[in-house]
Design a protein around this ligand. Structure first.
Ligand SMILES: C[S@@+](CC[C@H](N)C(=O)[O-])C[C@H]1O[C@@H](n2cnc3c(N)ncnc32)[C@H](O)[C@@H]1O
Length: 245
């Protein structure tokens, strides 16, 4: 405890890193490791200036179709990280619009640099903490939500921060269109089991449950995320389900 506080304080004061993210063991026990993200000052500027990052997203509530200039369905990935998954989805599906949401600018910047090269017309990013996601999308505005390798938040007192918690499902309910689904993938079995229960508790349903996606009937067409590539290379099976109402 004191060690982590010391590391945090000293790294920040030395200007080495401005952010420390807690991550946890795959078995959901809550044993703590510290993952540091080196702050890239260029990221903050690029995120504000880029034509691919939508500023003031709350002002776009109910108007996202105008951003894309068409009536195509809109799908979002919350916590997109470096963006490999959503960029590939957007590239393979030009008739679907995508919005990648990421709260850490330094991470979002990695996706942004790829998009600046590819210039996919059906993809935008939002630098935003999903805790208030219902403030940026209107009722029925979103067709599908992707949650890929979401942070597990293993301590009980942090359960409401999990992106699959009943609290978040309530937020999604406000803007996911009727018949819309949530696609959820994770390496973390503890988070996965929790999410299956949380969905039921919140009045949602689950289907297409697999505890080993890559060796399942759901494997064909699966697009790997950066975390998925890393964990499956380590031999960790990937869990997936569809959450729906
Ligand atoms: C473990 S990483 C997974 C990244 C990517 N989805 C993948 O599978 O490679 C989780 C990402 O979600 C982001 N994230 C976590 N909570 C978030 C929130 N409430 N709002 C937006 N982004 C969030 C983190 O900053 C991080 O980049």
């Amino acid at each position: 405890m004191y060690f982590f506080a010391w590391v945090t304080k000293n790294l920040i004061s030395a200007g080495c890193y401005d952010m420390i993210i807690n991550s946890f063991n795959n078995d959901g026990t809550g044993e703590k490791t510290v993952m540091r993200v080196r702050h890239n000052p260029k990221a903050d500027i690029a995120v504000v200036e880029s034509e691919y990052v939508i500023q003031d997203p709350a002002s776009k509530k109910g108007h996202w179709k105008e951003i894309f200039g068409n009536e195509n369905p809109i799908r979002i990935e919350i916590g997109m990280g470096k963006g490999g998954f959503i960029m590939e989805m957007a590239s393979q599906n030009p008739d679907i619009n995508y919005i990648g949401i990421e709260r850490v600018n330094t991470i979002l910047y990695k996706a942004l640099r790829k998009q600046e090269e590819k210039a996919l017309k059906n993809l935008y990013f939002v630098a935003f903490n999903a805790d208030e996601i219902e403030t940026i999308f209107d009722k029925g505005e979103i067709d599908r939500i992707y949650l890929n390798f979401s942070d597990p938040w293993p301590k009980d007192r942090h359960a409401s921060r999990r992106l699959t918690s009943p609290k978040f499902l309530e937020r999604y309910d406000a803007f996911l269109k009727q018949g819309g689904i949530i696609e959820f993938k994770t390496d973390n079995r503890g988070l996965f089991d929790y999410s299956l229960e949380a969905a039921i508790e919140a009045g949602w349903k689950t289907r297409d449950v697999t505890y080993d996606l890559h060796n399942s009937i759901y494997a064909p067409g699966n697009i790997m995320t950066e975390y998925e590539t890393k964990f499956s290379a380590m031999g960790t099976p990937i869990n997936k389900t569809i959450i729906y109402r």
